[in-house]
Write a protein that binds this ligand. Sequence first.
Ligand code: ATR
Length: 272
Amino acid sequence: MSLKPRYAVFGNPIAHSKSPQIHLRFARQEGVFIEYERILAEPEQFAAAAARFFAEGGLGANVTVPFKTDAYDWVNEHSERARTAGAVNTLILLSDGRVRGDNTDGIGLVNDILRQGAAIKAKKVLLLGAGGAVRGVLQPLLAQMPAELVVANRTLSKAAALADAFGVQACALADLPHAHFDIVINGTSGGLGGEVPAINAAVFGACELAYDMVYGEAAAAFAAFARAGGARTVSDGLGMLVGQAAASYQLWRGFAPDIAAVIHDMREAHYA
Ligand code: ATR
């Protein structure tokens, strides 16, 4: 068994995950050696894989697609924000051997938007998409007290369900009003296939920040679309990824990593 504190990320697929590169940079900042591995779990096998990891000495883990709700069902207790999100992206081994589930995705997003100088308080925010990724960030966004938060989705019923649960406004992508938004956040998964949400590009006119929750190539089409529509600043979600990881790391080890330094480093190294 390894002597280094052991962490991991569970997902399927998982080979592409940048979490090891990010967490090893955090450990370097803290001045410690850790082990951080990618664990590929088969569908229906998340619980068995997670139980094995903790039985073998694991101290904490991240959870990514498609296991965030499986993780929610598996843990012994939930943080408040995990409960609101209905999903768990962080597993923390407690001193009594039980495992606590938390969700740091929303903090990752909010901190990255604020870091880029865009206030959310009193601003008009448009969130595109109504899947698990969007559900997970709604409460932290609302906690910033935007003037307005509209969730627009291709399938209206899913946006409407979030509107009921969180008290936000819902709308179909096709029916987006010609209104001004200060911040537009893309939480749809279409970018992975090079697709952008079918909205009128006028939505980006005079928008302060167009933010994509995915990063790298998957964010390219949305960035070009938003820029052409007039968005003043465009950002991919690398900062959100690093930010959620930093919040997980702090939960495990009590050390708050320097997020900006790691984002910079990852970009320089082309995410390596
Ligand atoms: P995730 O966990 O990434 O949120 P998900 O729960 O499957 O994944 O949700 C995917 C989201 O992306 C949904 O809001 C989906 O819209 P529908 O609810 O209408 O399916 C949205 N999405 C995926 N591809 C899209 C596309 N090409 N255009 C617009 N929205 C898209």
